[in-house]
Write a protein that binds this ligand. Structure first.
Ligand SMILES: Nc1ncnc2c1ncn2[C@@H]1O[C@H](COP(=O)(O)OP(=O)(O)OP(=O)(O)O)[C@@H](O)[C@H]1O
Ligand SMILES: Cc1ncsc1CCO
Length: 277
């Protein structure tokens, strides 16, 4: 069934508009430059702006909004709330990357505020962040078999949360998941090297923000799967390169960023591993 799923996903992806959408990012200082480049490689035009006085102009002109909660402060939190209000009024896709909410309660409160009071279309986090968001313990994750991924009761709870909040949920880790209401897939692409560099999760949010700005609203599920595949397969192709030449993590990172712009339909069809759960 893998191939049929991949063909359908590619079809939605290839129907994306041939425009260069403006993507407004309020994002952390650590990975900001890589995030801007990832957006460009996906065919978007990134603008990083977090000064409260600039939000009105830029969010009003944007085609999507990516809110990354890393390195926050008071002024930035106000900017995030303002941008989310404008995005909702304009009905542009909003991607929330709740970096560190499993550690920092202020960020968790902000993420919950946004979900409860504003339009958030896509939540993208790693296992720990999403489990914290859903108020579930990380040990709900199936650990009996590494192939097994989430246990059935966890999958059902995430589907229910997605349904109630009309929220696309992308969860990253050794295996990635995309949920929307009763629809859910497990993606087994990627490489542990992606967790040896900082920012592969932030970059995925940039990819999702750009694809959602270019694609149709009805295709967000497929676009989330496609974005996740691009990120993980770029990592796999970069890994192939450093294995041949015995190079280190930093070179891996450069190859990975480079491969983001090179993943093509053949890579998706030959490497993609997507399974309904
Ligand atoms: N052990 C692994 N095996 C395969 N792929 C992995 C592994 N760990 C992470 N990845 C991939 O790395 C990407 C980022 O996932 P991860 O969960 O590490 O994000 P993150 O913790 O939010 O990262 P960051 O905070 O550095 O931006 C995803 O595409 C995921 O599939
Ligand atoms: C390391 C780090 N600290 C805050 S944001 C960030 C980037 C990865 O999410």
């Amino acid at each position: 069934m893998g191939n049929k799923v991949l063909i359908d996903i590619l079809k939605c992806y290839n129907e994306r508009e041939n425009k260069t959408p403006l993507v407004h990012f309020i994002t952390n200082f650590v990975t900001m430059n890589d995030v801007a480049n990832a957006c460009l490689y996906m065919g978007g035009k990134p603008v990083m702006a977090h000064w409260e006085q600039e939000i009105n102009e830029i969010t009003s002109a944007a085609h999507s909004l990516v809110l990354n909660l890393g390195t926050p402060d008071e002024a930035r939190i106000d900017a995030i709330k303002k941008a989310a209000r404008i995005a909702e009024a304009k009905d542009i896709p909003v991607i929330l990357d709740p970096v560190g909410i499993h550690v920092f309660s202020v960020r968790l409160d902000l993420a919950r505020y946004l979900l409860e009071n504003r339009q958030v279309n896509v939540l993208k986090g790693n296992y720990s962040e999403v489990m914290a968001f859903l108020n579930m313990k990380s040990n709900f994750i199936g650990i009996d078999s590494l192939e097994e991924g989430f246990k059935r009761d966890v999958i059902e709870k995430i589907k229910e949360f997605s349904e109630i909040n009309k929220l696309y949920i992308v969860i990253t880790g050794k295996e990635d998941y995309v949920f929307y209401k009763d629809n859910a897939v497990r993606i087994t692409n990627g490489t542990p090297l992606l967790s040896k560099i900082t920012g592969s999760g932030c970059i995925l949010s940039a990819i999702l923000g750009t694809l959602c700005a270019k694609g149709n609203k009805k295709d967000i599920f497929s676009l989330c799967v496609m974005g996740t595949l691009i990120n993980s397969i770029a990592g796999e192709k970069a890994q192939d390169k450093i294995k041949k030449s015995h190079e280190g993590f930093h070179t891996f990172k450069n190859y990975y960023l480079d491969e983001l712009s090179l993943v093509n339909d053949d890579d998706i069809l030959s490497r993609g591993r997507v399974f309904y759960v």
